[in-house]
Design a protein around this ligand. Structure first.
Ligand code: AMP
Ligand code: TRP
Length: 326
C-alpha cells in the first residue's frame, strides 16, 4: 500500500475551501492508503505570529480535522513540532538545496513582498516541506495546485540526495503530487479564491445562522439584475457551491429554476444553506464533542507523534549512516 503524506498550516479556522479542496479528499484517501496528516506549526512561524494564538489555532485545527472525518484508526494525525526529526532532516537538506531554486519559488516571492524584513526561515520553507514528506518516504502528496512547485523541489531534493549518498539504491522515493479534483473554491465575493487573508470565507464549523448572514449578500450571476431575469448557473458562484454540497438531483433542479427565472437568488441560497447544513451539521456536532473531551484529542495527537517519531528515527538512522554522521 502506498503511503500518503500531507500538511496543513494551523492558520485560523478551517474554511469550506480547505475542506472541499483538501481535507475531504484526505478523509476519503485514508481508506485506500496509509495516511499521515501533519499540522505544520513550524511552517507557520516563518511569518510574524502570536505564540498564544498559534497554540490555540493548532488545537482548533486538530479538532477540525478530526471532526471533518480524519479517523485515528485509519490516519495518523500529528503536530510537526512534536517530531524533532523534521527539523533535523531539514538542516541536512539545506546543505544540498541550491539557493537559486529557493529564490525562484513563487510562494516565497509573494510572501517576501508582504514582509518588512524577510527571514531565512521563509526562504527555507520548502526545504522543511521536503523533509516532512521524505522523512516518511511518502509516495503521494495530496495537495492543491499551488503546492506543485514546492513538490517539484521535494523531488529534486530526493534525487540529489539519492545521487550523492545512496547511488546504489534510491533511498528516497520521489514524491508525486495527487491533485485534488475539486476545483478551487471561490470566496463569497465571487472574485478571488476563498482564503482567510481575503476575509471571504465560510468556516467549516460555523452555525447555520452565521452562514446565512454570509450567504444572503454573497455574489451571484452578475448579469442577473432583476428577479425576472433568467440566470446563467455556470457563471454563478452559488451554483458552484451547490455542486459541492447538494445532491445531483438538487443541482439539476437549481440549474433549471435559475435559468428559467423560476427562483430568485435568495430561494436558491436557502436551498444551498440546507445542503450545507446537512453536510456540515454532523461535523460541527463532532467538533463540539471533541472540544468537550480535550483529553481524547491530546491522546490522539500524542499517539500520532509517537508513531511518527518511530518511523522518523529509522529514516534518520539510515540517513546519518549514509552521510558519515555519528
Ligand atoms: P492553506 O490554508 O492555503 O494553507 O490551504 C490548505 C489546503 O487547502 C491546501 O491543500 C490548499 O490547496 C487547499 N485550499 C485552500 N484554499 C482553497 C480554496 N479556496 N479552494 C480549494 N482548495 C483550497
Ligand atoms: N506548504 C503547504 C501549504 O501551504 C503545507 C505543507 C507543509 C505541506 N508541509 C507539507 C503540504 C508537506 C504537503 C506536504 O498548504
Amino acid at each position: 500500500m502506498s503511503r500518503i503524506f500531507s500538511g496543513i498550516q494551523p492558520s485560523g479556522d478551517l474554511h469550506i475551501g480547505n475542506y472541499l479542496g483538501a481535507v475531504k479528499n484526505w478523509a476519503q484517501l485514508q481508506h485506500r492508503h496509509e495516511s499521515i496528516i501533519c499540522i505544520v506549526n513550524l511552517h507557520a512561524i516563518t511569518v510574524p505570529y502570536e505564540p498564544r494564538e498559534l497554540s490555540s489555532r493548532t488545537w482548533e485545527m486538530a479538532v477540525s480535522l478530526l471532526a471533518a472525518g480524519l479517523d485515528p484508526e485509519h490516519c495518523t494525525v500529528f503536530v510537526q513540532s512534536m517530531v524533532p526529526q523534521h527539523t533535523e532532516l531539514s538542516w541536512i537538506f539545506n546543505t544540498i538545496t541550491p539557493l537559486g531554486e529557493l529564490e525562484r519559488q513563487t510562494q516565497f516571492k509573494e510572501k517576501a513582498q508582504r514582509q518588512e524584513s524577510v527571514m531565512a526561515g521563509l526562504l527555507n520553507y520548502p526545504v522543511l516541506q521536503a523533509a516532512d514528506i521524505l522523512l516518511y518516504r511518502a509516495d503521494l502528496v495530496p495537495v492543491g495546485e499551488d503546492q506543485v512547485q514546492h513538490l517539484e523541489l521535494s523531488r529534486e531534493v530526493a534525487r540529489k540526495w539519492n545521487a550523492r549518498f545512496s547511488p546504489q539504491q534510491d533511498y528516497f522515493p520521489e514524491p508525486k503530487p495527487l491533485l485534488t479534483v475539486t476545483r478551487r473554491i471561490m470566496g463569497l465575493d465571487g472574485q478571488t479564491k476563498m482564503s482567510k487573508s481575503m476575509g471571504n470565507t465560510i468556516g467549516l464549523l460555523e452555525e447555520p445562522a452565521a452562514i446565512w448572514e454570509k450567504l444572503r449578500p454573497a455574489m451571484t450571476d452578475p448579469k442577473r439584475v432583476r428577479r425576472t431575469d433568467p440566470g446563467t448557473p455556470e457563471v454563478c458562484n452559488i451554483y458552484q457551491l451547490h455542486k459541492a454540497f447538494s445532491a445531483p438531483a438538487t443541482v439539476e433542479h437549481v440549474a433549471k429554476q435559475c435559468s428559467t427565472a423560476g427562483w430568485g437568488c435568495i430561494d436558491c441560497k436557502k436551498v444551498l444553506l440546507e445542503s450545507m447544513t446537512g453536510e456540515m451539521g454532523p461535523i460541527r456536532d463532532r467538533a463540539l464533542e471533541l472540544r468537550a473531551r480535550p483529553g481524547r484529542v491530546e491522546e490522539i495527537l500524542q499517539g500520532g507523534a509517537e508513531h511518527c517519531r518511530l518511523l522518523a528515527q529509522e529514516t534518520m538512522r539510515q540517513v546519518k549512516e549514509k552521510m558519515g554522521l555519528p
